[in-house]
Design a binder for this molecule. Sequence first.
Ligand SMILES: C[S@@+](CC[C@H](N)C(=O)[O-])C[C@H]1O[C@@H](n2cnc3c(N)ncnc32)[C@H](O)[C@@H]1O
Length: 404
Amino acid sequence: MKKPTVVSLFAGAGGMDLGFKQAGFDIVWANDFDKDCVITYRKNLGNHIVLGDIKDVKSEDIPNNPDVVIGGFPCQGFSINNKKRSMEDERNHLYKEMLRIIKDKQPKYFVAENVKGILSLEKGKVIELIVNDFKKIGYDVDYQLLTASDFGVPQNRQRVFIIGNRIGKENPYPEITHYNPNLKKNQQMTLDNPNLKPYVTAKEVLSHLANRRISYDPQKNGKGYIYNHIARTNVADTFWGRKYKVNQHDICDYLKEARNKSEWSTQKIDEYFGYRHTAGHWFRKDNNSGSIPNPEDWWELKKLLKFDDKYDKAVTTLEEKTITFEQSLRIANWDTPSDTITATGTEIHPNKKRRISVREAAILQTFPDNFIFEGALGSMYKQIGNAVPVFLAKLVAREIKKNL
Ligand SMILES: C[S@@+](CC[C@H](N)C(=O)[O-])C[C@H]1O[C@@H](n2cnc3c(N)ncnc32)[C@H](O)[C@@H]1O
């Protein structure tokens, strides 16, 4: 039987593409304008990727009638209310390229992946605009925020998946398979669904590499090889931290008082910011989970709760500070899924004096061991940090395949 076909935009190193391939799709055409991404992609997925800016690619140069178009369009600097931007500029938004190609190629389904932040951009107007644009060209559209660890990926990465179809079917999302055993309230979830398994931890998937030396050469490992087990070793770094000491309990009391006087509930504040639970932490005096709003949120919160200037300076004045390995704010977790692997490769290994290696980052993103990254060290970290976890992409792809 002929495999359903995929056209892949903004393909990067190919995390999402590999997931679709593993689910039984044939990727017939892909594009990215980053040279290293394209070299990695060709090595692992094939020569069907075209190097170049998508804005320069004519629709007629892309294969007709793909079953699915996929792509994680960048959305940096997206603004719809900014009066200074002309309509001309607005057309430069990259999702419009995806829209153009979907309109011209009429795939049955499309999947667009994006960062969680897209939901709160312009207080939700950006996602609304994007969804409406896809609806206007004839698609039923849904979106969901998926947490990779809920699906057995050893990483707490959250990504928005916008799925659309024009064949009158449902937009299917995979069912969660894993739960956080450290959260008591999740015990109820496991009672309701006894098949849920505990989260996969970083330790489970990385411990075999912890004592391996870092090396540019592939290292023999039983019958196979370990590739790309290389890492930055400078663990000292800088970060922007508060200049003045502030006591979270004091801020919490202060914010609670302002909230109680206002018409805002914690839940409404979370909705306003487009967060899930963050606002809850501002109003909680618990050393483990209470938190002080970051400066940007502080100013926004001030508009809602109209509090005075008492803590403005203390909360919002930042300075660049040095962090060392021991103090690092970004030590990857060991006994839980890891924090989100970012494109800058800053994550520090939980018990080694080095960054996590390219291979370790790839494992946390569920790339298989034989997927080899090309380019300079920083570029490899970036390719991995930008990717959709392969396994999560595979689950999404599998659901779509059932509907085709
Ligand atoms: C978030 S990454 C996609 C990652 C990919 N989905 C994966 O799973 O590996 C976005 C990609 O868009 C590419 N990109 C950004 N602007 C582009 C443009 N104008 N034309 C082509 N590619 C572009 C970047 O080089 C980057 O690799």
